[in-house]
Write a protein that binds this ligand. Structure first.
Ligand code: ATP
Ligand code: MG
Length: 774
């Protein structure tokens, strides 16, 4: 058995064994915060605490699983499994199901993911006859989400002059009404979105003291990882739950707070001292993850942030190699360079593919790297983006599962009522929905009442088809009571005709969709088998709960080992890899400027924290790459290298550090103070003048629009001068080395657009240019 206390340094050990009272472990990246939390739980169990009295909150399900495994190895698997350990959403959804009667929800409520929420918001905007160009569903959704995370109910929203006037300024005065309607329709559908899971838990604890007391009593110990990224709603839940026993331990790093756009509040960690006057602080300073070079470089970056708790982080690991800067002419070349480095290093230094990660700021950047890795046969796995569970065929089948568990789920119903096609048209569904809204009920209830009411709106033929659908779902419901998840899921896939439909589609897309469904079913089979082995509930509803609560970081299939990891920097939080590529190090990309938001000191500091997170994922080697030109939003843009490259202390870097990035410091105003939640909320409004002068300049430099250039032409192959193709590196007598961006025209008058390092972009007639292929 693992002697866990020997695996800790002195401060870590103190933080582990001081189990009573409030503790704050505040420390830089890689200093063992998560390890402390894990061993602290193990220690509690060894000391005789009951696992069911311990509540431990993690940022992802995967992190919870890994922690549980480790604790199991110290304290025994059979003990560890009874811990209340998981993400906020999974733990509180469990509690809400147990207390469903009090909150007036069915115990089988389903969970709307963000695309369901957006689709419902779109419907409401349409029903209200509002213009969806003014009322952008994304903006409305994030407004509602922010309100929920600040515990602002629809009524409070409507009653806040501050918020209402902010909405008016954005020319969206009806958000308040949309929010109210949205909440109502979710409730009628027996569904909650992610934010509801926290909001309704808060309301439950606020309004029902006896229930709060029960959980306060139960959770003798409360532990939270990544505390810096909790939002107000989460903060309050924790505070309430810990109030009785006061045994709360939170670990975090203010320098890694990166979710403010989702409502996370760095103040939570800063205010811990005030919330718990009898607390103890443990500062961990030694980084065990990374080389000295990486730690020092990361320190040099974060030191530029004005607002932070001062920390001294050092490493006693090897000095390590300098951080390599890769300069690429184009985004394609960036992909090429990164893939090349990976294959060289993997061969030379005998790394596994799983030792590499490519981290980017936005999901859209992944495509270039997928292509370049595929070209070299390098296996990779990709997180987030259009994840497996968001694929059309998978969501369709999952919607049947949702209907089986909770037939009131309107979003699921609308998705599959006519898939596979059964002759129920849009108009019919529209009428049913109108009827549901006006009767304040779900579409399903309108459907099941059809035979009893003389429904003039639906003709007999359609009514028969609708009844067929009702009978189908009824059958699935019965089945789901009697059979395990796999049996039910397989029957649903077969009897709905989804499997057959995809099987009959012999196009490559059809085949791959069919495979995806098979993969999903395999996953459900594994779930059923393992649930049986563990003695856990193995019904479809249990499976669905697991899937609904997945986070971006949880998309991994267990068999996906030994592959290069591709993910956003946000998803990489808490993880570590031997070799890390941080790509797209360019102004407006990283630091990014969120569309519709002002570039403030505050947002820039968050970007810098994000860069700190990215860099501190690396154990041995780190690369930073940027391209001089990149396709974004369909345009080929000139890029300016990221200011972060210049901010890095050059003692730790190798390769061409671009110059001329400076002069930006003036854009950073000083002294940003925190305001009240309501003020902050009110201030978070998109602004039309969000572009700084600098980004405007860059935009002005935009050269070739995709419409004109047409990437499809890039593959021209002709005779002699036609040997030169887009993507090639060429040498020009006067301009030196350059990259061919595109070839157009008809031989022999072919024209090449070439980007030269020295002079920028040029158009040349190939027959005169005398370009040499390099
Ligand atoms: P992050 O801020 O990125 O979440 P963290 O502070 O949670 O990092 P951990 O992930 O717990 O840090 O630890 C970083 C690495 O250092 C892990 O591989 C961990 O196993 C190792 N580590 C932590 N403490 C020690 C120690 N005392 N001795 C040896 N290795 C350690
Ligand atoms: Mg950690």
């Amino acid at each position: 058995m693992l002697d866990y206390l020997k695996e800790l340094n002195e401060v870590q050990r103190e933080a582990v064994v001081r189990t009573e009272g409030p503790s704050l472990v505040i420390a830089g990246a890689g200093s063992g915060k998560t390890r402390v939390l894990t061993y602290r739980i193990a220690h509690l169990l060894k000391q005789g605490a009951r696992p069911s009295n311990i509540l431990a909150l993690t940022f992802t399900n995967k992190a919870a699983r890994e922690m549980k495994d480790r604790i199991g190895r110290v304290a025994g698997e059979n003990v560890a499994r009874y811990l209340w350990m998981g993400t906020f959403h999974s733990i509180f959804s469990r509690i809400l199901r147990a207390e469903h009667e009090t909150i007036g929800y069915p115990s089988n409520f389903t969970i709307y993911d963000s695309s369901d929420s957006k689709s419902l918001i779109k419907t409401i905007i349409k029903d209200f006859q509002l213009d969806d160009k003014t009322y952008k569903p994304n903006v409305v959704a994030s407004r509602i989400s922010m309100a929920k995370n600040n515990l602002i109910t629809p009524m409070a929203y409507a009653n806040s002059p501050e918020i209402r006037s902010a909405d008016k300024n954005m020319r969206m005065p009806a958000i308040s009404e949309i929010y109210k309607e949205y909440a109502k329709r979710c409730r009628l559908s027996g569904s909650m979105d992610f934010d509801d899971l926290l909001l309704i838990t808060n309301l439950l604890f606020r309004d029902h003291e006896e229930i709060l007391k029960k959980y306060q009593e139960r959770f003798g110990y409360v532990l939270v990882d990544e505390y810096q990224d909790t939002n107000y709603s989460q903060y309050l839940i924790i505070k309430k739950l810990a109030a009785k026993h006061n045994n709360i331990c939170v670990v975090g790093d203010d320098a890694q707070s990166i979710y403010s756009f989702r409502g996370a509040r760095i103040e939570n960690i800063l205010n811990f001292k005030n919330d718990y006057p009898d607390h103890r602080v443990f500062k961990l300073e030694q980084n065990y993850r990374s080389t000295q070079t990486i730690v020092n470089a990361a320190n040099s970056i974060i030191a530029r942030n004005k607002k932070q708790i001062p920390k001294n982080v050092f490493s006693e690991n090897a000095l390590g190699k300098p951080i390599k800067i890769l300069s690429a002419l184009t985004d394609n070349e960036e992909g090429f360079l990164v893939a090349q480095e990976i294959s060289q290093l993997q061969l030379r230094d005998h790394y596994q593919f799983e030792d590499f990660a490519i981290l980017y700021r936005t999901n859209a950047q992944s495509r270039i790297f997928e292509e370049s890795l595929r070209k070299r046969n390098i296996p990779y796995k990709i997180y987030g983006g259009l994840s497996f569970y968001q694929r059309k065929e998978i969501k369709d089948l999952l919607s049947y599962f949702r209907m089986t568990i909770n037939p009131d789920d309107n979003e699921a119903l609308k998705r599959i009522i006519n898939y596979p096609a059964r002759g129920i048209g849009q108009t019919t569904v529209g009428k049913l929905e109108v009827s549901a809204v006006s009767n304040e009920t779900s579409i399903w209830r309108v459907l099941t009442a059809l035979p009893e009411i003389n429904h003039s709106q639906v003709n007999k033929g359609t009514a028969t088809k609708l009844m067929g659908f009702v009978a189908l779902i009824d059958r699935f419901q019965k089945l789901s009571q009697e059979s395990d998840a796999f049996e039910t899921a397989k029957t649903i896939a077969e009897q709905t005709g989804i499997l057959k439909d995809l099987y009959n589609d012999k196009s490559p897309e059809g085949l791959s969709r069919h495979e995806n469904i098979q993969e999903l079913l395999n996953g459900i089979q594994e779930f059923s088998i393992s649930a049986k082995e563990q003695g856990d509930p193995d019904k479809l509803e249990n499976y669905l709960e697991d899937v609904a609560l997945l986070t971006d970081q949880d998309n991994e299939k267990d068999e996906e080992k030994n592959k290069v990891t591709l993910m956003t920097v946000h998803s990489a939080k808490g993880l570590e890899f031997k070799n890390v590529f941080i790509v797209g190090m360019e102004e407006n990309l990283f630091p990014s400027q969120r569309q519709g938001e002002k570039a403030t000191q505050e947002s820039l500091e968050e970007e810098r924290r994000l860069f700190y997170v990215a860099l501190t994922r690396a154990e041995e080697n780190a690369w930073l790459s940027y391209a001089n030109q990149r396709y974004r939003w369909g345009n080929l843009d000139f890029c300016t290298p990221s200011r972060f490259l210049e901010e890095l202390d050059e003692r730790y870097t190798e390769g061409q550090v671009p110059t001329g990035v400076s002069g930006r410091a003036s854009a950073e105003q000083s002294n940003v103070s925190y305001s009240s939640p309501a003020q902050r909320f009110a201030q978070r409004q998109p602004s039309s003048s969000f572009k700084t002068r600098e980004s405007q300049n860059i935009l002005n430099k935009k050269l070739v629009s995709l419409k004109e250039s047409g990437r499809a032409q890039d593959t021209f192959q002709g005779d002699d001068p036609g040997k030169i193709q887009a993507g090639m590196t060429v040498q020009h007598q006067r301009f030196g080395e350059g990259k061919v961006l595109k070839i157009e025209g008809i031989a022999p008058d072919l024209k090449a657009t070439v980007f030269f390092r020295t002079t920028g972009q040029k158009q040349l007639l190939l027959k005169f240019a005398k370009l040499r292929i390099k």
